[in-house]
Design a protein around this ligand. Structure first.
Ligand SMILES: Nc1ncnc2c1ncn2[C@@H]1O[C@H](COP(=O)(O)OP(=O)(O)OP(=O)(O)O)[C@@H](O)[C@H]1O
Ligand SMILES: [Mg+2]
Length: 325
C-alpha cells in the first residue's frame, strides 16, 4: 500500500527537544531532537535506527507524552498528546516497552499486581481486571503460575513478556518499543520478536520499533527511519533502505554494523570512523557533515532539506541521488 492510501496515526512536524546546558551561556543546549518531521501510518511498523545518542529515546518519550517538546507537538489520531484535556484518553491508546524490563516492574509487587494496577487506574473492577489479565497472559504465553511470582523470580525473557502484556492490555493503537529485546539472550530475542509480530497482527497495532540492531529492524519493520544527531537522515521502505540507500550515513550504518549482511559482503564499505559529534553547536548544516567523506562546503553551512528519492523514500542530503555508493 502506498502512503497516500494509508491513514496517519502519528503526525510529527518540526519537532524539537533541546536540553539546556548549565555551562556555555544562556542559549547553549544539547539539540537532542532537532526539527524532526515524520508520519507513522496505521498498522505499520516504523523502525527507528541510529547510533547511541542520536535522539531516538528522546523522540519516543515525546510521542509517549513523557517528555515535553521544546517546539511543536505530537498529534496522535488527530489529537494533541500535549493537550492536557486529551492526554488521559490518548495515553490509553499508547503502550510502551523499554529495554530493561526489571526496572519497569515494581520489585515488591507480584506480577499479577503489576498488571492489575494500571487497570485500576483506568477504572476496571477487580473482576474485569482479572479476566483481562488472564486473557492477555494467554495471548503472549505467560504461564498463569508466573502471575503470583515477583519480578526477580522470572527470567529476563519472562519479565519482558510481562512488560509487553502490561503495554498491550488496554489494546493501544500504538506501541512504542525502545530496544525491547536488546537485554535478552539471542534465542529469547527471536522468540520475543515473533511474539510481537503475532500480537501486532491480532490487535492491528501500529509499532514504533527502536533499536541499534540492523538485522532486527530489518526483520520487524515496514519502513525505516534513520536518525543521526537529532535529525532524520533518511526514511523509506525497508527493502529500499537496504538495497538503495541514498544517504552517506545510512551507507555507513549498514556497512559498519556487524554482522554485515551477506548482500554487502562483496560491496564497497563505508566504515564509520570517530564518534558522534557534540550536539551543542549552532545546528547549522548537516549533522553528519563532520564524519561524511562526501562532505562539501554547503554541507557545513546549510541544513539539507528532505529530498524525495523514491516513491516513499526521502533523504536529507544535498547530494542524495548523485552519489554512487
Ligand atoms: N534528560 C537529559 N538531559 C540532558 N541531555 C539529555 C537528556 N536526555 C538525553 N540527553 C541527550 O540527548 C541526546 C540524545 O539522547 P537519546 O537518549 O535520545 O539517544 P538515543 O538515540 O536513544 O541513544 P541510545 O541508542 O544510547 O539509547 C544525547 O546527547 C543525550 O546525552
Ligand atoms: Mg535510547
Amino acid at each position: 500500500m502506498s502512503s497516500k492510501e494509508r491513514e496517519v496515526l502519528v503526525q510529527i512536524d518540526h519537532l524539537k527537544k533541546f536540553f539546556p546546558l548549565r555551562k556555555g551561556g544562556k542559549n547553549a543546549a544539547v539539540r537532542a531532537v532537532d526539527d524532526v518531521s515524520i508520519n507513522i501510518y496505521k498498522g505499520e511498523t516504523l523502525g527507528l535506527v541510529g547510533e547511541s545518542g542520536s535522539g531516538k529515546t528522546t523522540l519516543a518519550k515525546m510521542i509517549l507524552g513523557l517528555l515535553p517538546p521544546t517546539e511543536s507537538t505530537v498529534m496522535i489520531d488527530g489529537k494533541d498528546i500535549w493537550n492536557k484535556k486529551e492526554q488521559k484518553e490518548l495515553r490509553k491508546q499508547i503502550g510502551a516497552v523499554f529495554q530493561d524490563p526489571a526496572s519497569s516492574l515494581n520489585p515488591r509487587a507480584t506480577i499479577y499486581r503489576s498488571l492489575e494496577r494500571p487497570l485500576e487506574v483506568h477504572g476496571y473492577s477487580k473482576e474485569e481486571a482479572k479476566k483481562l489479565i488472564y486473557e492477555t497472559a494467554d495471548r503472549i504465553n505467560l504461564g498463569h503460575e508466573l502471575l503470583d511470582r515477583f519480578p526477580h523470580e522470572l527470567s529476563g525473557g519472562q519479565q519482558q513478556r510481562v512488560s509487553i502484556a502490561r503495554a498491550i492490555m488496554l489494546q493501544p493503537q500504538l506501541l512504542v518499543l525502545d530496544e525491547p529485546t536488546s537485554a535478552l539472550d539471542v534465542s529469547v530475542q527471536a522468540q520475543t520478536l515473533n511474539e510481537l509480530l503475532k500480537l501486532q497482527e491480532t490487535y492491528g497495532m501500529t509499532y514504533l520499533f527502536i533499536t541499534h540492531n540492523l538485522s532486527v529492524v530489518r526483520y520487524m519493520s515496514d519502513r525505516i527511519c534513520v536518525m543521526y544527531g537529532g535529525q532524520v537522515m533518511e526514511i523509506g521502505n525497508t527493502a529500499e533502505i537496504y538495497a538503495d540507500f541514498k544517504h552517506p550515513y545510512t551507507f555507513g550504518l549498514i556497512t559498519s554494523a556487524p554482522p554485515i549482511h551477506p548482500s554487502f559482503r562483496n560491496r564497497k564499505k563505508n566504515l564509520l570512523d570517530g564518534e558522534m559529534p557534540s550536539l551543542v553547536g549552532d545546528g547549522k548544516g548537516c549533522a553528519f557533515a563532520s564524519r561524511c567523506k562526501y562532505c562539501q562546503e554547503i554541507c557545513r553551512t546549510q541544513r539539507p532539506e528532505m529530498k524525495q528519492v523514491g516513491e516513499e523514500h526521502f533523504a536529507a542530503c544535498h547530494f542524495a541521488g548523485e552519489i554512487e555508493f
